[in-house]
Design a protein around this ligand. Structure first.
Ligand code: MN3
Length: 205
């Protein structure tokens, strides 16, 4: 049984950048539903693994197409939001330091250049989806975008997300309406780069 990531901050803690009603709905409705539907699908399949990365990497082993799609959508929804909620914090903003900063500078030139690339991917994602900063074991970074609840793991790459920007309308519409660009700009005010750096270190071998 997968359990939702427990928010270490209140629903209103990310105000004014992410509003309370959006956080409450996103966490207690959307994410709770992904988690329940993932558990329901895994129960039907008799899958008892508690490793969500392995499950997402082995979708092709699920023969029933409807259950495979259910695990893809809801497993992605479960995993992606655990990451998204964890990399935001009322103490967020600022810039990364240490190994992550060095890797960002090497790959993208600067933190500002990385933010510009992520913003372009977030705005360029047609319809619902995500923009990602991901890493692989040798420390390489990449940015990408995915539709729906997909991510670089589901897509079969050897990259693991360390930062995700949810660009489903449910992530911003109550406050920002159609202005996805305003949401993405303000999102960077709540990114907890210490958590992103810890994610990076956990993937690097
Ligand atoms: Mn969402």
């Amino acid at each position: 049984m997968f359990k939702q990531y427990v928010l270490p901050y209140e629903y209103d803690a990310l105000e004014p950048y992410i509003d309370k009603l959006t956080m409450e709905t996103h966490y207690s409705k959307h994410h709770a539903t992904y988690t329940k539907n993932l558990n329901d699908a895994l129960a039907k399949l008799g899958i008892e693994s508690d490793n969500i990365i392995e499950i997402q990497s082995a979708l092709a082993d699920i023969k029933d197409p409807a259950l495979r799609q259910a695990v893809r959508n809801n497993g992605g929804g479960y995993y992606n939001h655990n990451l998204y909620f964890a990399i935001m914090s009322p103490q967020g903003g600022g810039a990364p330091s240490g190994n992550l900063e060095a890797a960002i500078n090497k790959t993208f030139g600067s933190v500002e250049a990385l933010k510009e690339k992520l913003t372009a991917l977030a705005l360029g994602q047609f319809g619902s989806g995500w923009a990602w900063l991901s890493a692989k074991q040798d420390g390489t970074l990449q940015v990408s975008a995915s539709p729906n609840q997909d991510n670089p793991i589901i897509e079969g790459t050897d990259f693991t997300p360390i930062l995700g920007i949810d660009v489903w309308e449910h992530a911003y519409y109550l406050k920002y309406k159609n202005l996805r660009g305003d949401y993405v700009k303000e999102f960077f005010n709540v990114v907890d780069w210490d958590v992103v750096a810890a994610n990076y270190e956990s993937i690097k071998k």
